[in-house]
Design a protein. Structure first.
Length: 155
């Protein structure tokens, strides 16, 4: 009889843990969707959702520029951009007549892929960290950010 009671208690504890996990996932989805809706109501389009260790970062676009975290890049100021994998240049573009500074040296391979996009604006360089997730997730995020910046600079 004691074994059945202990088994029932263990089952209830496991179900409680699963329930809490499911509710946490649901809550984070509600918060993420709320953040997206708030930004879209301001007239901004979500280009990419960048998962970072401390939360989710939205890369946003509107008619004037791009926004992520506390950083921004005005479309009129963009001179070019580079797509980086572990610090090495994968893709690059610049506006006609604009020259980009020499690319940063590639870093030593750490055993993981780290994707970034550098946006060169007039007088400054903005970095967009696109993550270190495997299976192409970070690569796809970086490609979306890079293409959005390229498209905006071309127009």
């Amino acid at each position: 009889m004691i074994i059945r009671v202990v088994a029932a208690l263990l089952l209830l504890a496991a179900l409680w843990v699963l329930f809490r996990f499911a509710m946490a996932l649901r809550w984070s989805k509600v918060v993420r969707e709320g953040s997206r809706s708030a930004e879209e109501s301001r007239g901004r389009r979500v280009v990419a959702e960048i998962p970072l260790p401390d939360g989710l970062l939205l890369f946003l676009e509107d008619d004037a520029g791009f926004y992520w975290g506390a950083s921004q890049a005005r479309k009129s100021e963009i001179r070019g951009a580079r797509l980086l994998l572990n610090g090495g240049v994968i893709g690059s573009f610049s506006r006609p007549g604009a020259s980009l500074p020499d690319p940063p040296p590639a870093e030593e391979y750490e055993g993981r892929e780290r994707w970034d996009v550098l946006i060169y604006c007039q007088g400054r360089t903005e970095a967009v960290p696109c993550g270190v997730l495997r299976e192409g997730v970070s690569r796809e995020i970086a490609a979306r950010v890079f293409e959005a910046v390229r498209r905006a600079a071309a127009s």
